[in-house]
Design a binder for this molecule. Structure first.
Ligand code: FE
Length: 200
């Protein structure tokens, strides 16, 4: 059998992946950044093909990673995670700090940042795995990096238990009704019915 809950036992960080194509900046939240090799210094990021940032990276071969720390607010996660760069310009009213490659990074609640150049893109079906060489990196703050587990424990709002229905375990959205439709998609974070839990 496959218990999908087992994947929640894997430890991850949280990152904002940013890219620039033409005059447009965008970014999204990911939890999949890994160091691949030391010399040359290479990272891998895995990103869902539905993300606008994914296509920008595919076209330009360049991206930045902002490593989020424990001061990260739910609003920051919502801003970059629960709306699409296709519909809104996420940097329209947002501080635009750029690294040497001209791509933005998010300085808010960020303890380190990387600029990367793609050396290989691996098609993984729903996602693309990018292996990339680090061209610039910097440490900005001593605050510990936020982990995915810390996000669930301390950042994501607790479900409003006075409401009846189902709540999204990823973002906290409450579906007020029962039963939850099998093909239901969370309007906030776009995760499916399997990530919902009944309140109470
Ligand atoms: Fe959600």
């Amino acid at each position: 059998m496959i218990d999908t809950q087992a994947t929640f036992k894997l430890s991850y960080g949280l990152f904002i992946l940013t890219a620039r194509e033409g005059e447009k900046d965008s970014g999204c939240i990911i939890n999949t950044v890994q160091q691949v090799t030391d010399a040359p210094l290479r990272l891998s990021v895995t990103v869902n093909k539905q993300n606008y940032t994914h296509d920008m990276i595919l076209h330009t071969g360049e991206f930045n990673v902002s490593v989020l720390d424990e001061t990260t607010s739910f609003e920051l996660i919502q801003h970059f995670g629960f709306q699409s760069g296709r519909d809104v310009n996420k940097f329209a009213n947002f501080p635009q700090f750029r690294m040497e490659n001209g791509v933005v990074f998010v300085a808010q609640s960020c303890n380190a940042a990387f600029s990367c150049k793609v050396v290989q893109a691996v098609d993984c079906g729903t996602h693309t795995l990018f292996i990339a060489e680090v061209t610039e990196s910097m440490v900005l703050d001593k605050t510990p990096s936020v982990t995915y587990a810390y996000y669930f424990e301390h950042i994501k709002p607790k479900p409003e238990t006075d409401k009846k229905g189902w709540y999204c375990k990823i973002c906290g959205y409450v579906y007020e009704g029962d039963p939850l439709p099998e093909d239901y998609i969370c309007p906030l974070c776009k995760h499916g019915a399997a990530d919902f839990e009944k309140i109470g």
